[in-house]
Design a protein around this ligand. Structure first.
Ligand code: SF4
Length: 284
């Protein structure tokens, strides 16, 4: 397994870091009273945290609070997002408000596997219209009928099977909050889906890593795209305050930025992170 690394070159470091006043560094040095090397290690540790914080604040300033995870009952609150479901709740971290909304998020996390949220929410609206967004109804529905409702999200037969397994698991929980390893034992639930459910349905501070996260941060040369899911998750969790609100926003902001600018073929014109990324920006 490759070790996580931070290989920003010096000029990038200086741009990304918020400048710390000289006296701060001296105080840090004397406080440590050990060696310059240890003090500078501490300095680097603080700086790495700053990188993650700075990117977060820049994205937040640019796109605003994202209001994820969208829920059907919050329809039409966000004029900027325009899928069939909408349901965003910016600056309101009190969602989900009940177990049915928690279940909706868990089902949504399966629906959006390997597809865009726009397609997933069409499938979610079909489930809603058929009154299938409850664990009881979903566990009872015929597999073929469920698959047909899920067609807009793709891989519909697999997703139908996964959702029925999830619904049966949910019924056995009897409102207990399941551990991450319990989710991972379910067929078709990988780390990204399990963490999305824990973060957005149960408000657990676990950072969700996806392809967008790896693409963006490797382009910024903060870590390699080939790092494992767990390594990337550890980097974020070690460099950010352990807060489900920050993790919810950060993940949603990365997705927004990747959809608007840091696409497979990046659209670097107008990207707020461009000045940190210039050496590897391939679009211009
Ligand atoms: S400058 Fe281009 S490659 Fe770099 S983060 Fe922005 S969109 Fe992505």
């Amino acid at each position: 397994m490759s070790a996580p690394y931070f290989e920003l070159n010096e000029s990038q470091d200086n741009e990304l870091f918020l400048p710390l006043p000289g006296p701060f560094f001296n105080i840090l040095f004397w406080y440590n009273k050990i060696s310059w090397k240890l003090a500078s290690r501490e300095f680097n540790r603080l700086m790495k945290k700053k990188i993650f914080e700075n990117i977060y604040h820049l994205l937040l300033k640019t796109y605003g609070p994202q209001g994820w995870w969208p829920l059907i009952q919050c329809r039409q609150k966000n004029a900027v997002k325009n899928g069939p479901l909408r349901g965003y709740h910016e600056n309101d971290y009190t969602y989900p408000k009940n177990s049915l909304q928690q279940f909706e998020i868990a089902i949504g996390a399966v629906a959006t596997q390997n597809t865009s949220w726009i397609q997933a929410e069409k499938a979610m609206m079909n489930l809603h219209d058929l009154n299938l967004l409850t664990p009881n109804e979903l566990s009872r529905i015929d597999l073929a009928r469920l698959g047909s409702a899920l067609k807009p999200a793709g891989y519909f037969n697999q997703k139908a099977k996964k959702m029925k397994i999830l619904a049966e698991f949910w019924l056995k929980l009897a409102r207990r909050v399941p551990e991450r390893n319990e989710w991972l034992k379910l067929w078709g639930i990988g780390p990204e889906t399990a963490d999305s459910i824990l973060l957005y349905a149960f408000r657990k501070p676990v950072f969700v890593v996806d392809a967008y996260t790896k693409r963006l941060f490797s382009r910024l040369r903060i870590f390699r795209e080939s790092l494992s899911y767990d390594d990337v998750q550890n980097i974020f969790e070690n460099n950010l305050e352990s807060s489900y609100k920050i993790y919810q926003e950060y993940h949603a902001l990365i997705v927004e930025h990747a959809k608007r600018h840091c696409k497979k073929k990046p659209v670097c014109q107008g990207c707020v992170l461009k000045r940190y990324c210039r050496p590897i920006c391939h679009a211009e």
